[in-house]
Design a protein around this ligand. Structure first.
Ligand SMILES: [Zn+2]
Length: 173
């Protein structure tokens, strides 16, 4: 598992709550897969402080499998940071890289329950790989959306300041 700063791990945990909520709301998962996304409130030792704070009242405790999947994806997004605005098919590139990284990590979505669940399924397209792809793609979409927004803001922010300075100069003449 690649290393990320502690606050990043916390933010990713918080974000993964949104991902789980989105997937549970919009995607028709089988009941067993759905149960792999969350853990019971009482059993969750690693729930982040930020997460508990922001979700008081309606707590979704994401499973460590979901959290780890999002962390790997975040790591990939960070090492590809330079390409985010340059490459057209960046979503696909990030998705493939993240899934490739995840395929070599046998600590993620690899419990006894999951192994049993996919035992009778297609080796290359089972619920485990579908679930991973769903989480990864959801995370990338959310992150790129946020990245594009903050980038636009940075650019337009500069423009506004620029015009504003001009106006002041004009006004004083
Ligand atoms: Zn399933």
């Amino acid at each position: 598992m690649p290393e990320l700063e502690e606050y990043v791990v916390d933010v990713v945990h918080y974000t993964s709550g949104f991902i789980v909520r989105k997937i549970q709301k919009n995607k028709a998962l089988c009941k067993t897969c759905d149960s792999f996304l969350t853990v019971d409130d009482n059993n969750n030792q690693n729930s982040s402080k930020l997460f508990q704070l922001k979700n008081r009242g309606k707590l979704i405790n994401v499973s460590s499998d979901v959290h780890k999947t999002c962390l790997v994806t975040e790591y990939i997004i960070r090492i590809c940071n330079e390409d985010l605005l340059r490459k057209k098919n960046i979503k696909l590139i990030l998705s493939l890289k993240a899934l490739n990284e995840l395929s070599s990590d046998n600590t993620i979505f690899n419990s006894k329950e999951i192994k049993e669940h996919i035992l009778q399924q297609d080796l290359l397209d089972n619920h485990r790989s579908q679930l991973l792809k769903l989480i990864v793609d959801c995370y990338i979409t959310l992150r790129l959306h946020h990245f594009a927004k903050s980038h636009t803001f940075a650019i337009s922010g500069r423009n506004i300041r620029h015009n504003y300075t001009k106006q002041i100069l004009f006004h004083n003449q």
